[in-house]
Every structure is written in structure tokens, then in C-alpha cells.
Design a protein around this ligand. Structure first.
Ligand SMILES: *Cc1c(COP(=O)(O)O)cnc(C)c1O
Length: 391
């Protein structure tokens, strides 16, 4: 049982300023009035505190600064048609947080604490959940080693915290297709390494390659496997999916989880939606199909994809569509891959029909616009109630 304390912010962002931020939120730039913190010591986890958003006080010897014990999560809170605030599959993020923690020798959170912390913050700052379509409150839980010590060993003290930042739709109303450069030198993750954890160091390891891609005018980097530099893994913070022409109906594929890929909630959700559609449940039905083609898949597969297959598929037109997926961008259509400076155009280079219908189906679920038969959307009030917490 987690104990909760509440200290309201008496010096909040003025409403006019908040409304101005909410009209055109910039990813990760402005934060809400509160945050949640909870610390772990040799006595276990302490009180979960909802408190005013403020700087943390940290020893310069905090172990996370030296040896990198630091992990995070990401999910969004949505303004639902009912007036409530929804979190999409927070239990999956909670499990992944614990999996990331154990990979770098950090303690698990108490049962339910992750969902409770996210719900506490999103409910306390519900005035910060942007109402417009496509916008949301981005919720960022994280945990790091706060013990002051310089020994090369796991810390005995940790800080878990949740902050939140309003975000607009990543792409405005309709996404354009992005250009993705295939990284030929650096690797993001290695077998046996930390690639499957949302571990801070993984992202730093990708920055140099990302900088090179950006300087060349590309939007993102796609990582290949460390051993052969041949098998597609994922992007910096997004998984990747392909739509191929095979037999009658198009086939949706994504690389299998090999231990070097982060298991995205979006990836898993899209696989299930596409499979339900394949089975005839109509999750991605023709009502969503933009151009009226390519919405029902002949198969949905977790299958290794080599860079040679992408080259061939772009050349002969059998690679119909490609897209990246993750919480922040939802679905980003990929129009062009760049391999060793050479562009490989996917389909007609624009967003594909299946890509866009999957995107609509996912957004409809996340924003509570369609019935949720799977219990994926949790309201903040129902989470607080299940913990007997009142705000
Ligand atoms: C967070 C992340 C993703 C996407 O995960 P979602 O749960 O869908 O947001 C994919 N790849 C990496 C490396 C990530 O960090």
C-alpha cells in the first residue's frame, strides 16, 4: 500500500499564460504546476508526494550523474469526450518500467504505484490537458540513482518522479512523410546489452548519428543490428513497421523483439489492432481507409527485415508503405529511406493508406471516440478510486 501526501501549488502558472501555452504547446518545453516524487532508501519506498513542480536538490556525487543509472517512461493523458482524463494502457508502461529497472539493477516500484503516480499528476493538473484533437498531456515518469557516492556499484537510494508537459499533435492535422537515414556505422544496442530497456544511456548513444542525419536534412535515424549491420531494428524512440505486397492482401511486418529493440506500447497495440482487422473484427475497417485500399491485412507478422529487402522492395514496388510508431509521434509515415547517401523511395513517397487508417484507429481508441472493448483506456478518477485516493 502506497502512502500519498498532497501539497498544492499556491503559486501556479497564471490561467492566461497557461491557456496561451495550451493553444500551441511545444513538446517538452513547458511543465504543469505539479510533480510527483517518491524516494527509495534501505527502508524501501517512502511516501508518494504530489507537490509543486520545482527544481530537485541533488548532490554532485549522485550516482546517476556518474554511472548512468537512469530510466524513464512516456505516456499521454487525453481529454475524453466524457470530460474525464484518460491514460492509455498505463499498466503496460508500469511493467516496462520495472523491466527497465531490473536490467540496470534498480528496485521495482510497489504494485500499482506507477499508475497511481501518473493518475495523481494528470488529475491534479487536468487543467493542463489540452482539449484540441491530437493534443495531449505528455506524462514522463523517470527514476534515477540519487545516492551521493562514487563507488562503482548500484545505488542504495533512488528517486522516482513524474512530470508532465502539454503537447500538440506531432504533425499538425495530417502527417507528412518523414525521411529516415539508415545508420551504417554506430549501433544503438547490442545482444545482451540494454536496448530493450528505456535506459537513458541508449539515447545518448544515438545522438551523434542523429546529428549527422539532421545535418544531411533527414528527420530520423534507423538502426541496424550490431553483428551484421544488416537487420532492421528501430528508430531512436520509435519502432518501425512495413507494409508489403505479397499474394492477395498487403502484409504488415515489424522486426521481432530480439532483446535489442524496445517493446513499444504503440507497436504492440498496432499489431493487435491489425490482427483483429485481419480476423474480421473491423478494428481498422474500411470506414477508416483513406484511399479505399490497403486497410485489411493478409497477415500481420513479426519478421526480420534486412536492408536488402528494403532496397529491393523500393525498387520493384513491393514495399508499399513504411512507418514509425511511438507514443510521442503516434504514427509517422516514412516516405524515403536514405542508404549511403542514396534515397530509396517507399511507394509514392507520401503517407500510405494503411498507415493512415491504422493511425486513425489508434487515435480513436486513445481519445475515447470508439468503444474500448479491451479495457485499454483508464480514467484518472478510476485509478485514484482503486487506491482510495481523493484529491
Ligand atoms: C519509447 C520507445 C519506443 C516506443 O515505445 P512506445 O511505448 O510505443 O512509446 C520505441 N523505441 C524506443 C527506443 C523507445 O525508447
Amino acid at each position: 500500500m502506497v502512502e500519498v501526501s498532497v501539497e498544492w501549488n499556491t503559486d501556479r502558472v497564471p490561467p492566461a499564460r497557461r491557456r496561451a501555452i495550451l493553444e500551441a504547446p511545444v513538446f517538452g518545453e513547458s511543465f504543469t504546476d505539479h510533480m510527483v516524487t517518491m524516494t527509495y532508501t534501505d527502508r524501501g519506498w517512502g511516501t508518494m508526494r504530489l507537490q509543486p513542480f520545482a527544481d530537485l536538490s541533488l548532490s554532485p556525487a549522485a550516482l546517476a550523474l556518474h554511472y548512468g543509472q537512469s530510466i524513464f517512461e512516456a505516456l499521454k493523458a487525453y481529454a475524453l469526450p466524457s470530460g474525464e482524463v484518460g491514460l492509455f494502457r498505463p499498466d503496460v508502461n508500469a511493467r516496462r518500467m520495472n523491466a527497465s529497472a531490473s536490467r540496470i539493477a534498480m528496485p521495482d516500484l510497489p504494485d500499482g504505484a506507477f499508475e497511481l503516480a501518473c493518475a495523481l499528476l494528470a488529475e491534479a493538473d487536468r487543467a493542463w490537458v489540452p482539449p484540441q484533437n491530437g493534443a495531449a498531456l505528455y506524462v514522463r515518469p523517470f527514476m534515477f540513482a540519487s545516492e551521493p557516492h562514487l563507488s562503482v556499484r548500484p545505488a542504495t537510494e533512488y528517486t522516482f518522479a513524474v512530470i508532465a508537459s502539454p503537447v500538440a499533435s506531432y504533425f499538425g492535422d495530417r502527417p507528412g512523410a518523414i525521411t529516415v537515414s539508415v545508420e551504417s556505422h554506430d549501433v544503438r544496442a547490442t545482444p545482451g546489452g540494454t536496448g530493450a530497456a528505456k535506459f537513458a544511456g541508449n539515447y545518448a548513444a544515438g545522438f551523434a548519428a542523429h546529428g549527422r542525419a539532421e545535418a544531411a536534412g533527414h528527420d530520423q535515424v534507423m538502426w541496424l543490428d550490431a553483428a551484421e549491420h544488416r537487420w532492421v531494428e528501430e528508430l531512436n524512440a520509435m519502432n518501425v513497421m512495413f507494409v508489403w505486397r505479397r499474394d492477395e492482401a498487403p502484409v504488415l511486418t515489424t522486426p521481432p523483439l530480439s532483446g535489442t529493440i524496445l517493446e513499444g506500447v504503440t507497436r504492440e497495440t498496432l499489431l493487435e489492432l491489425a490482427r483483429a482487422d485481419h480476423a474480421g473484427a473491423g478494428a481498422v475497417g474500411p470506414e477508416h481507409a483513406g484511399a479505399g485500399n490497403g486497410s485489411a491485412f493478409g497477415a500481420v507478422l513479426q519478421e526480420p527485415t534486412s536492408i536488402e529487402q528494403i532496397v529491393a522492395g523500393c525498387a520493384d514496388g513491393t514495399l508499399l508503405e513504411a512507418f514509425a510508431c511511438g507514443t510521442a509521434a503516434v504514427i509517422a509515415p516514412i516516405g524515403t529511406f536514405v542508404l549511403a547517401g542514396e534515397p530509396l523511395v517507399v511507394g509514392d513517397g507520401g503517407p500510405g493508406a494503411s498507415t493512415m487508417s491504422l493511425r486513425e484507429a489508434l487515435l480513436d481508441l486513445q481519445y475515447g471516440r470508439v468503444a474500448d472493448s479491451r479495457g485499454w483506456l483508464r480514467t484518472t478518477t478510476s485509478i485514484l478510486e482503486s487506491h482510495s485516493v481523493q484529491l
